[in-house]
Design a protein around this ligand. Structure first.
Ligand code: NDP
Length: 332
């Protein structure tokens, strides 16, 4: 199938790009990917997106985004992009090489050819990398309190991390569980002040500062965790906690592996875009490189190591679609 504008990803960035691209008559095709609605749907309630003074549940919000994009003519494809061949030939002036379409395969078989591609693939949860975390995945280990918290009603759980996500997850779980430990490797929380206060004032949450997880224990499912206090310091000590669930909330890594041979990524895998633009650079990135790739744009968390907010992602989705529209007009 051929299209002017292909959008990969169904979070706030992808859907907003679709709203703008469809209103610009680009008839975009949006590939929804593995997590409909994106990362936002792993949170409990969105309180900081303008226009929702009473907060909103993320599924309703993402469904609203989707319906708005549909209303103006976006075509949705459910499936996962498994392969891409992005045209990285730079010539826009004169030659036609830079105008060759970009190729995107869904589930290895369905080929889409597009003049412009907007990458809005977001980011995924990180894991600690300890052996037992893999052993108990789905049997007490989770990276999504909203998805799995329900299974731990009236039980004891631990949340790893000290950022906003960890605080949000801990508060959410405290509403369901008997007790929540927060395992924080530093002597302080990194989260915003309001989130810290919510955690510290919640009697069901006990914050274990300067603790790291050594291993999870249990017969066929998580029943406990061995922790180390003040690792490497003179008063280092071991501690065991009894828990039924272990929730990771230690950050995310961008979902950009598919594109690494074509576009420039930073050392963490985030897509590098031109200043004040969503246009991508070709791989390998050269310091001082000025010319971006024709027709390849990135929006949302896959290109944002700093803000990682739904409203910022939505704004960059709008920018990407406006830039894609401009680009398509130059080649038509
Ligand atoms: P952050 O990167 O902000 O925090 C990650 C936390 O996990 C830190 O406390 C970090 O510790 C800890 N950590 C990382 N790796 C390990 C490890 N291997 N072992 C133990 N602990 C580890 O990620 P978040 O997902 O919390 O937030 C990402 C962004 O999204 C932030 O900008 C945040 O403000 C925003 N956000 C906003 C929300 C809202 O406004 N409602 C909700 C959720 C997120 P250390 O501090 O030692 O590095």
């Amino acid at each position: 199938m051929k299209t002017k504008c292909l959008i990969i990803g169904s979070g706030p960035a992808g859907y907003t790009a679709a709203i703008y691209a469809s209103r610009a008559n680009l008839s975009p095709v949006l590939i929804e990917g593995p997590q409909l609605g994106g990362q936002l749907t792993t949170t409990t309630e969105v309180e900081n997106f303008p226009g929702y003074p009473d907060g909103i549940d993320p599924f309703t919000m993402m469904d609203d985004f989707r319906r708005q994009a549909e209303r103006f003519g976006t075509t949705f494809v459910s499936g996962i992009v498994t392969k891409v061949e992005l045209n990285t030939l730079p010539s826009l002036q004169g030659g036609t090489e830079g105008r060759l379409p970009h190729k995107v395969w869904v589930e290895d078989t369905e080929l889409y050819e597009a003049d412009a591609v907007i990458i809005a693939t977001g980011a995924s949860a990180k894991y600690l990398g300890i052996e037992s975390e893999r052993t108990y995945r789905g049997r007490g280990v989770s990276a999504c309190a909203t998805c799995d918290g329900f299974f731990y009603r009236k039980k004891t759980v631990a949340v790893v991390g000290g950022g906003d996500t960890a605080c949000e997850e801990a508060n959410y779980l405290a509403g369901l569980c008997e007790k929540v430990y927060m395992i924080v490797r530093k002597p302080y929380l990194r989260a915003s002040e309001i989130m810290q206060q919510r955690v510290l004032n919640n009697p069901k949450i006990e914050v274990l500062f300067e603790h790291n997880t050594l291993q999870l224990t249990g017969e066929g499912k998580v029943q406990g965790a061995d922790l180390i206090y003040r690792k490497g310091e003179p008063d280092e000590a071991l501690r065991h906690i009894d828990i039924d669930g272990f929730f990771l909330a230690i950050g995310h890594h961008p979902n950009t592996g598919l594109f690494k041979d074509y576009i420039a990524l930073d050392s963490e895998g985030y897509i590098i875009t031109r200043d004040n633009s969503t246009q991508c650079y070709s791989f390998p990135f050269r310091e001082g490189q000025e010319v971006g790739l024709p027709g390849i744009f990135a929006a949302g968390d896959c290109a944002d190591p700093h803000y990682r907010q739904a409203v910022v992602a939505a704004g960059s989705g709008a920018k990407a679609a406006i830039e894609a529209d401009k680009y398509i007009k130059t080649i038509c």
